[in-house]
Design a binder for this molecule. Sequence first.
Ligand code: ADE
Ligand code: ZN
Length: 321
Amino acid sequence: DAIARLIRDIPKAELHLHIEGTLEPELMFEIGRRNGVKLPFESVEAARQAYHFHDLQSFLNIYYAAASVLQTERDFYDLTWAYLQRAAKDNIKHTEIFFDPQTHCDRGIEFDPVIRGIHRALQDGKTQLGISSHLILCFLRHLSPEAAMNTLKQALPYRDWIIAVGLDSSELGHPPRKFKAVFDRARQEGFLTVAHAGEEGPPEYIWEALDLLEVSRIDHGVRCLEDEKLVRRLVAEQIPLTVCPLSNLKLCVFPSMKDHNLKKLLDLGICATINSDDPAYFGGYIVENFQQAATALDLDEHDIETLAKNSFKASFLSENR
Ligand code: ADE
Ligand code: ZN
């Protein structure tokens, strides 16, 4: 129908996408085979069967185990290139990709092949697919602030390839305030900042991300509606939320797509965007996220256009970097 065509054809920016979360089981097995890594799944089908999650942590356990196949620059290139080809089909024109260096460096992989493989694929995405991109380095919040600071220092020689730093992994019990010093240093070094907040964590974590980490946007942020004063701030300052509907559904943040608060966020005047988070695990890329949200929440053409416009407005495209 007309909405489905609009969703598919309208130019989009994707702003919340973990590159490790685009590892489809087929590529996982191919890379595992060539690196001699034994996977915790018997087959591609068994891997997909195992993708049932009841919260963020139950997903992260599988996501980190699967990432262990990734070892060489070529692996990171292939992973990123596969995502970009898929993104082109969904008419994504610009993407801001998260990567988690600690997931790799803590098992003996060097920082250089990780970022170099991703960066080379992003360059090819620009020249061969016409997709522009930025890279965002995420710190794992279940690890210490000292570990995050070490990771930041490792990244400094590659600063021209990285636009921002972010904060991801297990949210509950790991408030943004723990990482204030690292984020202060990152901003001094010229990085922009973002953070996952208000996915499973309380509105207080969104306040901390804004006031202590000075983020340009909030990743997820859906729990903001529990705090009226916070909503007023998000609207007044047009602080974007990178919402991920299928992720929220699969991680049981909402019991069903009909219960998702995306339409409420839009109607309140919040700058919400739609993104795919970890599409290889959550059952769909960006168009599927738009489609399922539109069907369940009765989004109209104006909502779809607003979401697509918001994705470019919320991006770092206009930053002079
Ligand atoms: N890492 C990958 N996906 C994530 C999510 N949805 N929340 C926190 N950390 C993540
Ligand atoms: Zn995420």
